[in-house]
Write a protein that binds this ligand. Structure first.
Ligand code: VGL
Length: 215
């Protein structure tokens, strides 16, 4: 029922970039991050529109650390980039590229580049800032087309995917998270993220095949 008419269904590939996969072991590799492409492409077949996002960072970003013990920890003092991360997703590098097998950004219907400013590192793809004051345009783009359901996958489940799914569900979209189309950074934070999404009303499915039942 939720996805009977593709005109009102969008599929969203959140940060499905090489930087978050074993293809870039020196950046922010997520185990199995390169295994999601098939599922992202399959879920997109259930949608009339395809959206994507990318982290687009500077090597000089203010939240960059080269200390392994700081990774993922707070203390940056930056309101819009609360945690430290290693250099990743730098425009013009291999890590910035989408995973092999996905469309080119220009071939999506809508695309977001986020975290371009050195003091911004948003997780959710719908806003540039943590306070969710400055829209990236995703919500307005979806609303302009009266799209009601968004199928979400990408990297990583416990950060950018979670934040994006929660933003969408809060805006009133039927939001479906396809577990086979995402991977998380740590097991514990991924399990917590899935629980938080479920409690917030996100529909969690194991695999794109389950979308047949939502038709
Ligand atoms: C992400 C951590 C740092 C993500 C991005 O895309 O989930 N996680 N930067």
């Amino acid at each position: 029922m939720l996805i009977a008419d593709k005109r009102f269904v969008a599929s969203f590939d959140v940060d499905a970039q090489r930087t978050f996969s074993p293809l870039c072991p020196d950046e922010l590799p997520v185990a199995g991050g390169d295994e999601i492409v098939d599922e992202l492409n399959k879920q997109a077949l259930f949608a009339g529109w395809r959206l994507g996002s990318k982290d687009a960072h500077s090597t000089n970003a203010a939240w960059v650390t080269d200390q392994p013990e700081q990774i993922g920890q707070g203390g940056t003092g930056l309101p819009n980039a609360p945690e430290f991360w290693p250099v990743h997703a730098v425009s013009g590098t291999l890590g910035f590229e989408l995973l092999p097998g996905l469309p080119r950004p220009v071939d999506y219907d809508f695309f977001v580049w986020k975290g371009v400013e050195t003091d911004l590192h948003p997780y959710g793809a719908c806003y540039h800032d943590v306070a969710e004051r400055m829209s990236t345009g995703v919500v307005e783009w979806l609303m302009a087309r009266t799209i009601s359901t968004v199928l979400v996958g990408g990297l990583a489940t416990d950060y950018c995917v979670k934040a994006t799914a929660l933003q969408l569900v809060r805006q009133g979209f039927n939001t479906v998270l396809n577990l086979a189309a995402c991977r998380g950074i740590t097991e514990q934070s991924t399990a917590q993220a899935i629980e938080e999404m479920r409690e917030s009303g996100v529909i969690i499915i194991e695999h794109s095949e389950a979308l047949e039942q939502l038709k």
